[in-house]
Design a protein around this ligand. Structure first.
Ligand SMILES: [Ca+2]
Ligand SMILES: [Ca+2]
Ligand SMILES: [Ca+2]
Length: 268
């Protein structure tokens, strides 16, 4: 590929070469071409988290997908909304591919041969990529230690190139933008230099603050977002990658030590 491009560009003047061949500069912005040379590295955009959180409300209707998929009791709820952006700052794409190829590898319509990376959400007729991120709300105890976490309801993800993130990334260079359904092939992933974003207005993209089982009295809390978190698999889970501590991760990265963002907040 590199040689082919050089031959294409060779007759051009130097100035033209620099502009015409800039897509080959290995910056991670390959104008829509997958970059599989290197390793992905996810981080959590802490500035986006800090600027986005807000206390609001949600009217959850009985029988709605929000109620069914996220297990939220129908009714009016006080919620803490926040946006999560997980940029891939590595030098290669994080590739997930077609959910149908993971959930039904032999294409017979039966999910018995699923590799466990996805779960099918019939309410929305789409697939949830499992173990991509965890959202936790932890009370700050007297003395500063953190208490037991409350988890956000959202637990399924669709990885895509939501926005360019790194400076200089061409807005037209996205590669992965197909979540896939039961009848449509998808292509999930995050291109190098791009970020996968979950805005605060999405269903379930919040902590429920009035759950009697998980009370959140006024006070100091920490929001903790972890991308590609370590996990111990249950009987239905896949373990595609083992990290240095032998925990499972769904995606291979060059660095697992920069995957957490925390934000101190005070709930009024
Ligand atoms: Ca690369
Ligand atoms: Ca990382
Ligand atoms: Ca099958």
């Amino acid at each position: 590929m590199r040689l082919f491009r050089f031959i294409q560009c060779a007759p051009l003047l130097l100035a033209t070469i620099l502009s015409a061949c800039s897509s080959d500069s290995s910056t991670g912005s390959d104008h829509g071409i997958p970059d599989l040379d290197g390793l992905a590295n996810f981080v959590v955009d802490s500035a986006r988290l800090a600027s986005s959180w807000t206390i609001g409300s949600d009217q959850v209707e009985a029988g709605s997908c929000t109620s069914i998929e996220y297990g939220i009791t129908p009714g009016f709820h006080r919620v803490l909304r926040f946006s999560v952006s997980t940029p891939n700052v590595g030098d290669a794409d994080a590739v997930v591919g077609d959910p149908l190829a993971h959930i039904d590898p032999n294409h017979d319509g039966n999910f018995d041969d699923s590799d466990g990376l996805f779960e099918y959400a019939p309410c929305h007729n789409h697939f949830h990529y499992k173990h991509y991120a965890t959202y936790e709300l932890l009370p700050v105890l007297e003395g500063g230690a953190l208490g037991a976490p409350i988890f956000a309801r959202k637990r399924g993800f669709c990885l895509d190139d939501s926005e360019p993130f790194l400076p200089g990334v061409d807005p037209k260079s996205w590669v992965y933008r197909a979540c896939g359904t039961l009848t449509q092939h998808g292509d999930q992933g995050v291109h190098a230099g791009w970020t996968d974003v979950y805005v605060r207005t999405l269903p379930g993209q919040y902590f429920v603050l009035d759950d009697p089982a998980q009370p959140t009295p006024p006070g100091d809390y920490v929001i903790r977002i972890t991308v590609n978190p370590p996990y111990l698999p249950d009987s239905t889970d896949a373990c595609p990658v083992r990290d240095e501590q032998n925990f499972c991760r769904v995606l291979r990265e060059s660095n697992y030590a920069d995957n957490v963002a925390t934000l101190h907040i005070t709930l009024p």
